[in-house]
Design a binder for this molecule. Structure first.
Ligand code: MG
Length: 169
């Protein structure tokens, strides 16, 4: 089957929404490269992109993307009820549900992902820095964690495939 026609409506929506919110496959692949280039000689951007693509094809990850972006957008439009509106709009540090959604993504590829997620969440390289810029007027309370988590999951996938782990899908 053609690669595009085999994508579900859910998958197409998740990929479109990421794009609409300013996050491309290349952005996430750059994060994977940032996390993994020191462990793999001559790691190419193409290879990183392939792992991101495979992570994005998983249903639980598509659902996390749609849920998080939906809440970000509603917060941006001031359509949530208080106190949730204020909490999400200001990215309150003790909220924590954004990170729980991120963990659900990282969890898909096992525990290596948690270390990668923690590290990238502290460093905030590339697109993560932009998503965290509070002066933009945009709300990415959920998306920054989701993007970091996708990169962490893709990094785990890469590590498993480099180790020739046949169980990885
Ligand atoms: Mg957040």
């Amino acid at each position: 089957m053609d690669k595009n026609t085999s994508k579900s409506a859910l998958e197409i929506k998740a990929r479109t929404w990421l794009q609409d919110r300013g996050v491309t496959l290349d952005h996430i692949a750059e994060l994977v490269h940032y996390l993994q280039s020191k462990y793999h000689d001559d790691l190419s951007m193409e290879e990183c992109k392939e792992h991101v693509d495979r992570v994005l094809s998983k249903r639980e990850i598509q659902n996390a993307i749609l849920t998080g972006i939906q809440l970000d957008v509603l917060a941006e439009q001031k359509k949530l009820e208080e106190p949730l509106q204020q909490t999400i709009e200001t990215d309150e540090s003790l909220y924590g549900v954004d990170e729980v959604i991120a963990f659900s993504i990282v969890n898909v590829y096992g525990s290596i992902g948690f270390t990668n997620y923690g590290y990238i969440d502290k460093q905030k390289p590339g697109i993560l820095k932009k998503l965290n810029d509070k002066s933009s007027g945009e709300c990415h309370t959920f998306l920054d964690d989701i993007v970091g988590a996708i990169a962490a999951a893709a990094s785990s996938r890469l590590a498993h495939s480099a180790a020739n782990d046949k169980d990885i899908d």
